[in-house]
Design a protein around this ligand. Structure first.
Ligand SMILES: NC(=O)c1ccc[n+]([C@@H]2O[C@H](COP(=O)([O-])OP(=O)(O)OC[C@H]3O[C@@H](n4cnc5c(N)ncnc54)[C@H](O)[C@@H]3O)[C@@H](O)[C@H]2O)c1
Ligand SMILES: N[C@H](CO)Cc1c[nH]c[nH+]1
Ligand SMILES: [Zn+2]
Length: 431
C-alpha cells in the first residue's frame, strides 16, 4: 500500500459519478432497451452478464421454501437476530405527523405517508448479500410501505442465493425477481410485462447499478448513490497494525473499485499496516478483487496531528470511518462528514455491515457531505396541509394579496380576495 504525507489532495473520488464513457453508454442502451422491449430485454441482458437466460423472472414460492430448508439452522438464527437489531434501531426513526393550531380554529399540519411501492436492489454478482436484504427491507417495513419488491441477479444456475431468499422469507417478502444490473433498475423504473413499476428504488450495487439509478432518477425516486464500498480509518500509535489491515481489507474485498484509506499520526503504524495488508491479502479467498482495490484505491497517509487527520476525513467524507485512537469518542465528536462512524477497537466495520442494527446502505464517493445512510425517512413522504377558517382568511387575505402583487401575480391576489362574506360559511376542517 502506498504511504504518503497527508496533503490536501486526499480524495475518494473514483470515476463513479460519471462512470467512464463506455459504462455510461452501456447503461443508457440497457435502459432504453428495457423501456422498449420489457422482459425480453431483461432476459437477454441476464443471459449476457449473469450467464443464464431465464424463462421466468419472478421467484416462485417453491424456490423460496427450497432455499429456506437448505439453510443451516444456526445461520437462520443469526439472520433473525440481526433482523431484530436492525428493526430496533430503525423503529426509533419512525415519524409522526404534526398539527400546528392557529388562532380562530385554523390549523396547519404535516402528514406522513409511506410510499406505496418500492424496489429494493440487493447486489449479487460476485457475492451474496442477505444482509442487504435486511438493510433495505426493514426500514421500508417500519415506514409502512405496502408493496416491497426485491430484485437481485441470479447465479449461472438461474437461482438466487439460498441466504438471500431466506432473509426475504424471514421478513415475509414474496415479490422477488431474478434480475440484476442496469436492466433490473430499468425494469423497476419503467415496469415490464412481469413487473409493475415502483415509486422509488433503493439499495447498493456496482458501477452499472449506481449509474442506472442516477439515470432513472426523476422518473422514480432513488435513495442515493451507494456504489463500491469505502473505508477510512483514523488511527494513532495505540492501534494494532494487524487489526487495522484486516479492517481495510474487509471493504477492499467487495469490489475492484472499493476504496481503503488509513490516516495515521504514527509512521511506525503506517509501515506495519502496509506490511500486514500485503501478508493478509495473500490469505484471502477474494485476493484478486481486494488486491486491485488496494492497488488502485488504497492509501496510507501520515498526518502531523490528529486535528489534521480529522480535517482530512471531513474533506474525504467516506462511507465508513473507523476511529482507533486514544479517546476515540472525542475524536468522533469532531467528524462532520462520514456515512457511518465506528468508534474504538472493538467496533470493527463489519459489526455494522451485519449485526449492530445501523444501516449498511451508505453514501459513497464523498456524497456523505450531503447524503445520509438508508433510513425510514427514505420510505415516507411528507404532505403539508392548510386549513384556514373564514376569520383567519379575513385577517390575512390583504397581506397575501399584497405579497402576490409584489410578485406581479394578479391572479393570485384575486383568488385570495375572491372569497366573499355573502356566500355563507363552512364547517371546520379535519385532518
Ligand atoms: N454502499 C453500500 O451500501 C454497499 C453495500 C453492499 C454492497 N456494496 C457494493 O455493491 C457492489 C456489488 O457489486 P457486484 O458486481 O458484486 O453485484 P451487483 O449486483 O451490483 O452487479 C451485478 C450485475 O452487474 C451487471 N454487470 C456486470 N458486468 C457488466 C458489464 N460489463 N456491463 C453491464 N452490466 C454488467 C450484471 O447485470 C450483473 O447482474 C460492490 O461494489 C459493493 O462494494 C455497496
Ligand atoms: N460494506 C458494505 C457497504 O459498503 C455492506 C456489506 C454487506 N455485506 C458485507 N458488507
Ligand atoms: Zn462490507
Amino acid at each position: 500500500m502506498k504511504i504518503q504525507d497527508l496533503t490536501n489532495n486526499i480524495s475518494l473520488r473514483r470515476p463513479l459519478e460519471s462512470g467512464n464513457e463506455e459504462q455510461l453508454q452501456t447503461v443508457r442502451e440497457v435502459l432504453a432497451n428495457v423501456r422498449q422491449n420489457g422482459d425480453v430485454a431483461v432476459k437477454r441482458y441476464g443471459a449476457k452478464w449473469d450467464g443464464v437466460f431465464l424463462k421466468e423472472l419472478r421467484v416462485s414460492p417453491e424456490e423460496v421454501s427450497e432455499a429456506v430448508s437448505s439453510m443451516d439452522a444456526q445461520l437462520v438464527e443469526d439472520l433473525k437476530e440481526a433482523a431484530l437489531n436492525i428493526r430496533a434501531y430503525h423503529d426509533k426513526q419512525k415519524r409522526q405527523g404534526y398539527r400546528l393550531n392557529l388562532e380562530n380554529d385554523s390549523w396547519l399540519g404535516q402528514r406522513i405517508t409511506a410510499l406505496e411501492a418500492v424496489g429494493l436492489y440487493v447486489p449479487g454478482g460476485s457475492a451474496a448479500y442477505p444482509s442487504s436484504v435486511l438493510m433495505n427491507v426493514i426500514p421500508a417495513q417500519v415506514a409502512g410501505v405496502e408493496r416491497i419488491v426485491l430484485v437481485s441477479p441470479p447465479g449461472k444456475d438461474g437461482k438466487l442465493p439460498a441466504a438471500v431468499l431466506t432473509a426475504a422469507s424471514i421478513l415475509g417478502i414474496t415479490e422477488i425477481y431474478k434480475m440484476g444490473g442496469a436492466q433490473a433498475i430499468g425494469a423497476l423504473a419503467y415496469g415490464t410485462e412481469s413487473i409493475q413499476a415502483v415509486d422509488k428504488i433503493t439499495g447498493p450495487g456496482n458501477i452499472f447499478v449506481a449509474l442506472a439509478k442516477r439515470e432513472v432518477f426523476g422518473e422514480v425516486a432513488i435513495d442515493m448513490i451507494a456504489g463500491p464500498s469505502e473505508i477510512a480509518i483514523i488511527a494513532d500509535e495505540t492501534a494494532y497494525a494487524d487489526e487495522i489491515a484486516a479492517d481495510l481489507l474487509s471493504q477492499a474485498e467487495h469490489d475492484p473499485m472499493a476504496c481503503a484509506i488509513l490516516v495515521t499520526t504514527s509512521e511506525r503504524l503506517a509501515e506495519e499496516v502496509a506490511e500486514e495488508v500485503e501478508n493478509q491479502l495473500t490469505l484471502l479467498p477474494r485476493e484478486a478483487i481486494a488486491r486491485k482495490a488496494i492497488e488502485n484505491f488504497g492509501s496510507i497517509y501520515i498526518a502531523e496531528t490528529l486535528a489534521e487527520a480529522v480535517q482530512a476525513i471531513n474533506q474525504l467524507a467516506p462511507e465508513h470511518l473507523e476511529i482507533v485512537t486514544d479517546n476515540a469518542e472525542a475524536v468522533a465528536g469532531q467528524i462532520r462528514n462520514a456515512g457511518a462512524i465506528f468508534i474504538g477497537r472493538y467496533s470493527s466495520e463489519p459489526v455494522g455491515d451485519y449485526f449492530a442494527g445501523t444501516n449498511h446502505v451508505l453514501p459513497t464517493n464523498s456524497t456523505a457531505r450531503f447524503a445520509s445512510g438508508l433510513n425510514v425517512d427514505d420510505f415516507i413522504k411528507k404532505t403539508s396541509v392548510v386549513y384556514y377558517t373564514k376569520e383567519t382568511w379575513a385577517q390575512n387575505s390583504p397581506k397575501i394579496a399584497r405579497l402576490a402583487r409584489l410578485e406581479g401575480l394578479e391572479a393570485h391576489a384575486r383568488a385570495v380576495e375572491s372569497r366573499g362574506w355573502e356566500k355563507g360559511d363552512e364547517s371546520s376542517g379535519s385532518n
